[in-house]
Design a protein around this ligand. Structure first.
Ligand code: SAM
Length: 164
């Protein structure tokens, strides 16, 4: 069941500190087919509908090289979420779990992340498949899918450390 902002049976809210959002900068806006949280996918799928990511200046130059990756990680700010629940009831049936055991949009810092198929980059517009957010959701970051990415910088000692 999709939550708007209600508290459900068994859930626990706390007095969350006033957020200053750690100085995050919205670097773009995501355009999706969904205008209602009740209609969004729970999780995006790689063959889902095309979505457009509009990147704002001065960040467009930072796209150089990204087109080489078939999949990218998209991080976004689930801006309509409440942020004060420590226990949640996803099924709204009175059973609850801790927020950090869920991928619910309701969390102290409502960061969403999806792996998306990169369809095209044209100027400041990326076309992707695999998102699950509302139309207009603020964009936080873009990265190559980690499973496709080999670090370019030379290795560091920590790269070779295992549990001793
Ligand atoms: N894939 C991301 C993750 O795992 O971090 C997000 C998953 S979250 C379960 C996706 C849900 O968040 C959607 O089904 C919708 O109900 C809700 N949602 C989407 N856009 C939102 C927004 N801008 N603000 C708050 N909730 C949003």
């Amino acid at each position: 069941m999709v939550r708007l902002n209600e508290i459900r049976a068994g859930e626990v809210a706390v007095a969350a500190p006033v957020a200053d959002d750690a100085g995050l900068v919205y670097i773009g806006r995501i355009h999706t087919p969904w205008t209602d949280r009740l209609a969004c996918p729970r999780q995006g799928r790689l063959d889902g509908p095309s979505c457009r990511i509009e990147l704002f200046e001065p960040w467009v130059a930072a796209l150089d090289g990204l087109a080489a990756f078939a999949r990218i990680e998209v991080l976004y700010w689930l801006d309509a979420s409440r942020r004060d629940l420590v226990r949640q009831s996803p099924a709204n049936d009175g059973t609850t779990r801790g927020t950090f055991a869920l991928r619910s949009p309701v969390r102290p810092n409502p960061i969403g992340t999806s792996i998306a198929t990169l369809v095209a980059i044209e100027g400041n517009i990326l076309t992707v498949r695999g998102l699950d957010c509302l139309d207009g959701t603020p964009l936080l970051d873009l990265k190559p899918d980690r499973t496709l990415f080999t670090p370019i910088a030379p290795p560091q000692p920590g790269d070779f450390e295992t549990e001793s």
